[in-house]
Design a protein around this ligand. Sequence first.
Ligand code: TLP
Length: 356
Amino acid sequence: MTLRRKALPTTLAFVKTIDLRSDTVTRPTQPMRDAMASAEVGDDVYGEDPTINELQRRAAELMGKQAGLYVPSGTLGNQASIHSLTHPGDVVLASVGAHVLVYESGAASAVSGVQIQTLGREETGVFEPEDLISALTPNEAHFAPHRLVTIENTHNRAGGRIFPFETLQAVTTTARKHELGLHLDGARLLHAVVATGIPAHRWAEPFDTVTFCLSKGLGAPVGSVICGDHDTLMLVHRARKMLGGGMRQAGILAAAGIYALDHNIDRLADDHAHARRLADGLEDLGLTVRSKPETNMVMFEVDDTTAFVAAMKTRSLLINAVDASRLRAVTHLEIAKEDIDDALGRISEILNEGIR
Ligand code: TLP
């Protein structure tokens, strides 16, 4: 049998992949890799990795807390915190669409035996003190105890929305009045810091535990840090060990985190500007943008996300669907202004083909 070869086009135009699926896709730059390669390391389970210790100190200082603990992921950071601040059977209050509920494989119930009750509206990711108060139940045998409130800032499914500072103060004060613990899923807290100019330690102040990610907009390949006081972090440390999150010579990873803190915070403002440019361009093309981007995400609507995602993929444009009619584009340090314009051009072609 003779095999027929497919004729190759004489010229192959290079089409750059524009990856707006998430800011998690960023790869370490050469200077970040250099910092990783020369990091001093030790066994962190003995607390002897000097680079991890330095990252934890820096993170705690940034968040205005006594201590920090390096963990492999934001998910582990959230779940170790929840585990440390609750008992099985407790209720955890969180916003509608919270990452701890939607995107962590049911870990809060599987690992900590807690139930999550949602508050507010997914469009904003925000809830008010009244929402919290009306969720509370009497201290009586029928009811599971409400133990913890988690706030997600910025809020992923709300399109990178910032939990307004005054509302956050009001909600956390109300939570304390009712003797509830407080956890902040600050995977992208530094985006809120850059967008508002309010320092991280002020956002973090009311919380028992704060998790923030180095591996998203900050551009490190791996890692998050949980910050809190010494006593709480003793519990969190045990939970990290239980969940298999204790690493050994992970200073080579932590070095990327230190590099990110030194070099990649202020530049988040560029990502926010790119998100606004993308949102404006999409509206000019006649598409509906859910709300003006406050940070690095753009939520926009199409009739059929499956068809639209497939059409974008054939043009080397990667954007994830959130549901049947909503797409989420995330800007990050590998995306330049020209890439936004290029992405808009490719979307315009798709719309011209009648795909919506
Ligand atoms: N979010 C990812 C996906 O899981 C959806 C993304 O692409 O945005 N908290 C928040 C608010 C997050 O957005 C994420 C990641 C996490 C926690 C978990 O972080 P990792 O992925 O490090 O476990």
